[in-house]
Ligand binder design. Structure first.
Ligand SMILES: [Zn+2]
Length: 131
């Protein structure tokens, strides 16, 4: 196990982490009304249905907001890092590290594309790059 912060994987999030391992960005869907939601959860915030599935999204989005994280230290990371809130083109908003962009280059509205950082056999993290 490498020294990074590891996500909690449970029944509601397993599909997401299986997706990142397969190079897919998967978003939970409601099988009753079709709404997409992130983060995943047991019931639909729109219609309260429990019947859920997921779909693979494009991985394209835009930066809604971001922070430059300088402190405190993050296990396995060299600071500073950019953490972005990304609006997926399909609607849901997702949090993730933005890489390959200097902290004075990032802009609200910047087009980004998901990529995948393989940490080890068990964990692949979604990351964001400038599109
Ligand atoms: Zn629903």
């Amino acid at each position: 196990m490498s020294a990074v912060l590891r996500p909690q994987v449970n029944r509601d999030t397993q599909f997401f982490w299986e997706g990142t391992r397969a190079g897919e960005l998967r978003v939970q869907t409601c099988n009753a009304c079709g709404a997409l939601r992130f983060p995943p959860g047991p019931s639909c915030p729109e219609c309260l249905a429990l019947d859920r599935g997921h779909r693979v999204v494009s991985g394209r989005g835009t930066v809604f907001s971001y922070v430059v994280h300088r402190y405190p230290p993050v296990p396995g990371k060299e600071l500073p890092i950019l953490i972005a809130l990304v609006d997926l083109e399909e609607g849901p908003r997702m949090l993730g590290e933005l890489v390959g962009v200097a902290d004075d280059e990032v802009e609200i509205g910047m087009a980004v594309q998901v990529d995948f950082h393989r940490v080890d056999d068990d964990l692949t993290l979604p990351i964001w790059r400038r599109a």
